[in-house]
Design a protein around this ligand. Structure first.
Ligand SMILES: NC(=O)c1ccc[n+]([C@@H]2O[C@H](COP(=O)([O-])OP(=O)(O)OC[C@H]3O[C@@H](n4cnc5c(N)ncnc54)[C@H](OP(=O)(O)O)[C@@H]3O)[C@@H](O)[C@H]2O)c1
Length: 277
């Protein structure tokens, strides 16, 4: 039996698990800051009940939603219409009810990441990027990065999953599987960690250290109140330019808010607040 904090919510987050999520706090902040009343509730969806529950919610008062792991692919198939970026990513993290009957699927992960990398001054056109991981989140970010003109190498535990991503995105830019023997004199400008949050980085983890310099930027899409394992690893190796993914989380939420309400909320204050914590 599902229990809700507030029965009158009209925006939701669907995921499993969702107890770690900061999205309700972020959206509450955006709502207060802009004066746009929206009540946002996180809903833990049983793994086999996504379509059933979401259909039920949209028949009621729900106007929009965010979708998080592991439902972004299902959300893509559930959408009646898709934005171009969601269609290309084949992954949806934002629903919007349109004409009071049909569901538009969007993906704001890519623009959210890019907004944060720009804020941090971690990215420039033509940068060379190493992405660690090839899951749903990487699908969401690749288009924005490739359209900027950056070249991307994917290093993933399961090479087949990385190959599928390369095939899906190669028509949008320069993207390859990471193969060390091809990259003798390479120096990456930016490394993005997009593997699952519980993975521990330590001396046994394979990372091609010789392909980084003291100027390389390191961005962990994961976040937590303490340093993530990846950030700790970077600091231990002496790299100075590091960030976790809290800014991306705030920006992807801000772009969803824009999609729902036509207003882009201020993001600096809430990013600073999370960083101070
Ligand atoms: N900051 C933000 O706004 C934001 C937005 C989206 C996602 N994220 C975070 O990004 C992370 C990835 O999300 P996702 O949706 O892409 O997850 P996902 O689809 O489950 O993909 C997980 C990735 O981690 C790899 N992996 C899992 N276990 C591993 C292990 N033991 N050793 C090495 N690699 C392993 C997987 O490799 P295989 O292909 O080999 O399974 C895959 O590449 C999550 O922690 C999520 O919270 C953050």
């Amino acid at each position: 039996m599902l229990k809700f904090k507030n029965k009158n919510f009209n925006y939701a987050l669907f995921g499993n698990p969702i107890n770690h999520s900061k999205s309700p706090q972020i959206h509450d902040f955006f709502s207060k800051q802009t004066g746009i009343l929206h009540i946002y509730e996180a809903i833990n969806v049983p793994l086999d009940k996504f379509s059933l529950l979401v259909s039920k919610f949209f028949k009621n008062n729900i106007q929009g939603a965010n979708i998080t792991s592991p439902f972004k692919k299902e959300a893509y198939f559930f959408s009646d219409k898709l934005t171009k970026r969601a269609q290309i990513a084949q992954s949806v993290n934002t629903f919007k009810k349109i004409h009071n009957k049909c569901i538009l699927g969007d993906n704001t992960d890519g623009i959210g990441l890019l907004s944060d990398l720009n804020r941090l001054k971690f990215i420039e056109k033509n940068f060379s990027l190493l992405i660690l991981g090839a899951g749903g989140a990487v699908k969401g970010i690749l288009l924005s990065i490739l359209l900027l003109g950056c070249s991307v190498y994917i290093l993933n535990r399961t090479t087949l999953n990385a190959k599928k991503l390369v095939d899906q995105f190669k028509c949008y830019g320069n993207i390859k599987i990471f193969e060390e023997h091809d990259l003798k004199n390479k120096c990456f400008n930016l490394v993005i960690n997009a593997v699952s949050r519980n993975i521990q980085y330590n001396s046994k983890t394979y990372i091609p250290l010789h392909l980084f310099s003291s100027k390389t930027f390191f961005y962990d899409m994961n976040y937590s109140f303490e340093n993530t394992s990846f950030i700790n690893w970077c600091l231990k190796m002496g790299f100075k330019y590091v960030s976790d993914g809290i800014g991306m989380l705030v920006f992807q939420a801000a772009h969803s808010f824009l999609q729902w309400h036509g207003v882009f909320p201020k993001t600096d204050y809430i990013i600073d607040m999370f960083n101070k914590k």
